[in-house]
Design a binder for this molecule. Structure first.
Ligand SMILES: [Fe+2]
Ligand SMILES: [Fe+2]
Length: 304
């Protein structure tokens, strides 16, 4: 082969050693549970939603809400594939690659369950109708932020968010009055519990070894992601521009009033505040400090 041709080939890193011995038995246990607890979103009967006597604006609000949920669940898939790629090229043990692969499959089925709910209401939107969301959603994850942290510190930050979204999901589950939505929320929560568990294992195993710089970075990245993206209409409507905040907030309230598995905008911040305080408590023993997040820690000051 000519040298010039060789240069055009994508280099494939040496795959060896391809490790099989289990180094983290607790992670392997989660992988076994994932196999036992697999579920199929298409086996949920969504006819209760299709047959429900709901005003058309409520159906539309619910479809918008569950479309947003579907986009956000999908966001975990590209994030997960980047981590899987890294895990492979770092020669991480088998159970780490398996756990991340499970994570991707699970987030994808959360995505699927969410668009099936939207379809049962007024149809899934495959892209946001609001210009604001069109612009902001692609910016939710920044690989540069991710790569600034060590591999395991990054995984841990992500699972702190899993913990927070778990809190919100619990509230949505409690709001859901339709059997299909309740069941979907319950099954998603069961998967999320494993994602959170993975984070705790990582935390116990790696946080004690983090450098002071990594610790500081971790708290800052967490606060940055929460403020800069998730409060912009995903976890809460608080940081949306006023017109969009009003529109999205009204629809969300409508979906919540009819028990479609939504969180009422008035309740979101207090749920997040509880979650963030719990996370602060969990990371404090490792010397990780989550800086003040005005919208959450001083909501009356931030919204006026
Ligand atoms: Fe999820
Ligand atoms: Fe998750």
């Amino acid at each position: 082969m000519q040298p010039s041709l060789l240069e055009e080939l994508t280099p494939v890193p040496n795959p060896y050693p391809i490790r099989s011995e289990v180094e983290y038995p607790e992670v392997w246990r989660l992988c076994e549970q994932a196999r036992e607890l697999a579920w199929d979103p298409t086996s949920i009967d969504f006819s209760d939603l299709r047959n429900a006597d709901l005003p058309s604006e409520v159906r539309a609000a619910g479809a918008e809400w569950w479309s947003l949920r579907a986009w956000m669940e999908h966001g975990a898939v590209p994030y997960g594939t980047e981590r899987l790629r890294e895990a492979i090229f770092r020669h991480e043990p088998f159970e780490i690659k398996q756990q991340i692969t499970n994570f991707i499959a699970e987030e994808l089925r959360h995505h699927e369950a969410s668009f099936l709910i939207a379809n049962g209401l007024a149809g899934y939107h495959d892209e946001p109708r609001a210009e604001y969301f069109k612009a902001i959603i692609p910016k939710f994850h920044d690989e540069r932020d991710e790569k600034a942290m060590s591999f395991y510190a990054g995984l841990a930050v992500n699972t702190l968010f899993e913990q927070l979204s778990g809190e919100l999901l619990q509230a949505r589950y409690e709001n859901a009055r339709f059997e299909s939505v309740r069941l979907a929320c319950q099954l998603i929560l069961r998967d999320e519990a494993r994602h959170i568990q993975f984070g705790r294992i990582i935390m116990r195993r790696f946080f004690a070894e983090l450098s002071a710089d990594d610790r500081r970075l971790l708290g800052e990245k967490f606060a940055k992601k929460l403020r800069g993206s998730l409060l912009n209409g995903v976890y809460a409507v608080v940081n949306l521009p006023p017109a969009e905040r009003e529109r999205a907030g009204r629809n969300r309230a409508l979906a919540a009033e009819y028990g479609l598995g939504a969180t009422h905008p008035d309740d979101e911040i207090s749920i997040i505040k509880r979650g963030v305080d719990q996370i602060r408590e969990d990371v404090a023993p490792y010397g990780v400090v989550i800086p003040e997040i005005a919208e959450v820690d001083r909501p009356s000051a931030a919204t006026h």
